[in-house]
Write a protein that binds this ligand. Structure first.
Ligand SMILES: N[C@@H](CCC(=O)N[C@@H](CS)C(=O)NCC(=O)O)C(=O)O
Length: 194
């Protein structure tokens, strides 16, 4: 479906999300920032959120993992797994499980391996503190969990633990409950892609 002109104006890439800070502007491009990475950086500064780690190097790592989550991981996980499962269902059709299963079995494991190594058995991805890296990566994995389940805890124990722990954080609980309610209407049970 084509984006309306007003949205194309504030999101030249034609993507969501776009943030509007109404304290800056309420119409047109004024007060808008496109792209989740840019939005997070803006909110970090605006709210002094402390989500970009302490040391300079760790800040770089956190930014990298946030970027990895919304590009390398979001492409297969969101576009090629979540979409083929959910979007046909929203239209009252059958899921494309063949595509989803192929991605789950052939493409995602190398990303899971990379992230398992990045965690190195730790609770958090960067500098032993909760950061934007944990939020961005868990946002992808909690989406997977809603539809398919957690990463296999025997093969990726730290990653499964990380998702399980992060989804219980205040910022996640209410959002996941709302998503679960919405998705539950079209997909009452998790999909088996094994
Ligand atoms: N790197 C971008 C990626 C944004 C992105 O791909 N958004 C998806 C939804 S999560 C989108 O807008 N898809 C619309 C489409 O592909 O038509 C960001 O993090 O904001």
């Amino acid at each position: 479906m084509a984006m309306p002109d007003w949205y194309a104006e504030i999101s030249p890439a034609g993507r969501i999300p776009v943030l509007r800070d109404k304290a800056i502007g309420t119409e047109g491009v004024a007060g808008t920032i496109a792209d989740s990475s840019a939005i997070c950086a803006y909110l970090e500064k605006k709210l002094s959120a402390g989500l970009y780690a302490d040391s300079v190097f760790d800040t770089g790592r956190a930014v990298w993992l946030e970027e990895y989550a919304d590009t390398e991981l979001a492409q297969p996980l969101g576009m090629k797994l979540f979409r083929p499962i959910m979007f046909p269902r929203f239209a009252g059709k059958e899921s494309d499980l063949e595509t989803a299963r192929h991605i789950y079995q052939e493409e995602l494991p190398r990303h899971f391996d990379y992230l398992e190594d990045a965690l190195a058995g730790n609770e958090f991805f960067v500098g032993n503190q909760y950061s934007i890296a944990d939020i961005a990566i868990a946002a992808q994995f909690t989406q997977l969990d809603l539809v398919v389940g957690l990463p296999n805890a025997i093969r990726w124990p730290a990653l499964a633990r990380h998702t399980q722990a992060t989804k219980q954080r205040p910022g996640f609980v209410d959002n996941l409950a709302a998503c679960s309610k919405m998705l539950g209407r079209v997909i009452p049970e998790k999909v088996d892609l094994s």
